[in-house]
Design a protein around this ligand. Structure first.
Ligand SMILES: [Zn+2]
Length: 58
């Protein structure tokens, strides 16, 4: 494996493992991942898609 090919492979690795885009949840204001349900309140695309443990027990 030449230095050129090795370094190109590692450049690809870094590009794919970058930190995902973070957004502020419009429902509770917590910082969460884009395109994912909020880890704090479960809000995503205008509704609650994942209830928290204590909410589910009610
Ligand atoms: Zn939230």
């Amino acid at each position: 494996m030449s230095r050129s090919r090795r370094d190109k492979r590692r450049a690809q690795f870094n590009a794919r493992t970058k930190v995902p885009t973070m957004i502020v949840c419009p429902n509770c204001g917590a910082t969460t991942l884009m395109h994912r349900a909020c880890h704090n309140c479960g809000y995503y695309r205008g509704r609650i898609v994942a209830q928290s443990a204590e909410k589910a027990a009610e």
